[in-house]
Design a protein around this ligand. Structure first.
Ligand code: PYC
Length: 294
């Protein structure tokens, strides 16, 4: 099955939102990135087509919280499509809410039917199941905790302790921040999370192979789910959804700590109150998370 138009002299896109977080999928008219692996095409996109990225996601047509997705022919033969995600400051490895948006967009265009599909991404293959009612389950890339008990001194706040985990992007996960995870407090949460990111940079704390930890995730209690989070994205916007890759990183940490059994469901609420249902299975020492949302 091909999802792709053969020629296009204009950029066509479809906007969706997943739990409040917007996604703009470019369905035709994107730049020619060649036929290499998605990780290679990501580098071509990053190095040669940054103006295209900006035109798609920034004002006047976009906004800082918008995530763009460029739909491509897959490199991996068993995938139905390839996708490159990007935001207001650069490219993303993977995007969970964006994958849910992509699935619903493809269904809206009549390009896929409900059922199981596979996507090629720069960080590996991702599977998703489109259900009949617009719900989508995403089986994300292998996720893992790199470090726990990482202490960082935050300007005008004191020391906090966090975990570093991969869920398709790098996250610093913090519980002991002392702030309320409430939509009325997003300015305060944003300011604090920016200081955490600055502190990580200052102290040279990174993901694997020196990778920048560009997402900060704060957790607090929820009235209706297992936890509520606030996620600061790389460009300074906060995720309105519970963040698919961030929830994947959380599931990896919970399973590593024995606080969640493989297969057990975890309800992750976002700062605006939208919820993802998540679980994980352990394969070769890493966690394969599944995130379900609409
Ligand atoms: O859902 O994985 C996600 C995501 C990453 C950045 C914004 N949303």
């Amino acid at each position: 099955m091909s999802f792709f138009s053969q020629s296009a002299d204009e950029v066509r896109f479809v906007d969706s939102h997943t739990g409040g977080e917007p996604t703009r999928i470019i369905v035709s008219g994107g730049p020619d990135l060649g036929t290499g692996a998605l990780s290679e095409r990501l580098e071509v996109f990053r190095n040669r087509f940054d103006d295209f990225r900006k035109a798609v996601v920034l004002e006047p047509r976009g906004s800082e919280e918008l995530v763009g997705g460029l739909l491509l022919e897959p490199y991996e033969a068993d995938c139905s499509a390839g996708i490159l995600f990007f935001n207001n400051v650069g490219v993303l490895g993977m995007c969970g809410h964006g994958t849910i948006g992509l699935a619903v967009t493809l269904a809206h265009l009549g390009r896929i039917d409900p059922g199981a599909h596979k996507l090629d991404t720069p960080v590996g293959k991702v599977a998703f199941v489109l259900e009949n009612d617009g719900l989508v389950s995403v089986e994300n890339v292998a996720s893992y905790r790199l470090a726990e008990g990482v202490r960082v001194e935050i300007e005008n706040h004191g020391c906090i302790t966090g975990q570093i985990a991969w869920g398709g992007n790098w996250f610093f996960l913090v519980e002991d921040h002392g702030l309320e995870i409430e939509s009325t407090r997003v300015d305060e949460l944003t300011g604090f999370s920016k200081k955490v990111r600055e502190a990580l940079e200052r102290e040279g704390i990174t993901g694997e192979n020196g990778a920048c930890i560009d997402h900060i995730e704060l957790f607090g209690p929820s009235n209706s789910a297992d936890s509520k989070n606030f996620v600061l994205c790389p460009g300074g916007a906060y995720d309105r959804s519970p963040c698919g890759t961030g929830t994947s990183a959380k599931i990896a940490c919970l399973i590593a700590d024995g606080k969640l059994e493989p297969g057990q469901t975890w309800l992750q609420e976002s700062v605006i109150g939208s919820v993802f249902e998540a679980s994980g299975k352990v394969v070769e020492g890493k966690v394969i998370p599944t995130i379900r949302g609409s």
